[in-house]
Design a protein around this ligand. Sequence first.
Ligand code: PNS
Length: 161
Amino acid sequence: MSIAVYPGSFDPITCGHLDIIRRGSVLFDEVIIAVLNNSSKNPLFSAEERVRLIEKSTADLPNCRAVYFDGLLVDFVTKLGANVVIKGLRAISDFEYEFQMALLNKNLNPDIETLFMVTNANHSYISSSVVKEIANLGGDFADLVPKEIFNDVKQKIEKGR
Ligand code: PNS
């Protein structure tokens, strides 16, 4: 059974993330979306909320599930019985950081492969940060996040005002 792990902060999940998850779910028997529970980043949504938003967005993908994790990614991947990490690349600017991460992870555990998937051109400009910025400033972000979670993001932003 082929299992891939798609890690990230997902604060919140965007249409770009969902596109990678969908395409990954065709390539692997199971895709586990691993949400980093990193309090130092001061996320908008708690790790539990981010997992829930991913579950809502991927309800039609039976071979995908979301979990949160702490610690080293490679250790978590091993614990899940997986050996592939999926990363999405939006632009050349992503590559430098992701290349460093892939080499560091390879050094930590040579059995784990990083698979880079190129983001759909329609989503190349989307990030969780821009979603939050546009939502905060009252702009329309309906095309940037999965429709299932649009109201959750809207409400969270309004609550924080
Ligand atoms: O969505 P993000 O914030 O770009 O995701 C980054 C993530 C979660 C993939 C990365 O920070 C990560 O793997 N963190 C876990 C700690 C770790 O293993 N770091 C890499 C080795 S130096």
